[in-house]
Write a protein that binds this ligand. Structure first.
Ligand SMILES: Oc1ccccc1-c1ccno1
Length: 244
């Protein structure tokens, strides 16, 4: 998978050089390319923003540098085009399902907006030749898209074959296939500062352990994410697909 990240803070993405994503890049599973948007500015101050049409506070990222950067990274006459992901609080929610989708893509490009956002014509222009998804990683506001890119790249890259040691562990994670939150986990020592490991986990009865873990997942989901259980309630009532 090729990953291009366009940003005015390429140093922010240095985290992509460490841990699992860094190892994947070193092993050739990922081809990570960082681009400083200011390479496509030509004035003395290397300006990337300007005041918003229609008034309002803050600044908007100018379309010209973005258009030239996208054309340089993904030439319009090139044989293939990337799927462009634009992190924004106004985007569709980033979910584990979308992470799996992105992990299937041969080429992803990420456009990191700052200020009040990127001139809307940039997504329209890119959409003339590539798939463009505006994506939010949650209902809160950041100063820029770089953090969101780190989140999405890690969530997708870890799903690539060969990136994590034991792919079986993917099946039991929160938001994995069954849509429930994962159960609590324990390791040695069996007793620690007055807290003991639940007896069932020491029983060796794998059927009972699986049952207990499922009960824990359901109770955690009901307590912390009743919205996920509601989705399952609809499925059980034959009203739809929990993954929708
Ligand atoms: O708050 C943001 C500012 C810029 C780019 C992205 C975001 C964001 C917030 C939540 N998901 O993405």
């Amino acid at each position: 998978m090729r990953l291009d990240v366009l940003t005015i803070f390429p140093e922010y993405l240095a985290a992509l050089d460490v841990s699992l994503v860094g190892k994947a890049a070193q092993s050739g599973l990922l081809d990570v390319r960082l681009h400083d948007l200011r390479e496509w500015t030509y004035d003395r101050h290397r300006t990337v923003d300007d005041t918003p049409y229609g008034g309002g506070a803050g600044m908007v990222m100018k379309p010209e540098p973005w258009g030239e950067a996208l054309d340089a990274v993904a030439p319009p006459d090139g044989p293939t085009q990337p799927r462009l992901i634009v992190p924004t609080p106004a985007g569709r929610p980033f979910t584990q399902a979308l992470a799996y989708e992105l992990a299937e893509e041969p080429w992803l490009a990420f456009a990191c907006g700052r200020y009040e956002g990127i001139d809307a014509r940039v997504a329209a222009y890119a959409g003339e030749r590539m798939r463009v998804d505006e994506v939010s990683i949650g209902d809160y506001v950041l100063n820029g898209g770089e953090v969101a890119v780190l989140v999405m790249v890690e969530a997708a890259a870890r799903l690539l074959p060969g990136v994590i040691g034991n792919p079986e562990s993917l099946a039991e994670e929160s938001h994995s296939g069954d849509g429930l939150l994962e159960y609590p986990v324990y390791t040695k020592p069996v007793s620690w500062r007055g807290h003991d490991v639940p007896e069932i986990l020491l029983s060796g009865n794998h059927g009972k352990i699986a049952e207990w873990r499922h009960e824990q997942s359901v109770s955690r989901t009901a307590e912390r994410r009743p919205d996920l259980l509601a989705a399952w309630g609809d499925v059980l009532a034959g009203k739809g697909d929990a993954d929708a």
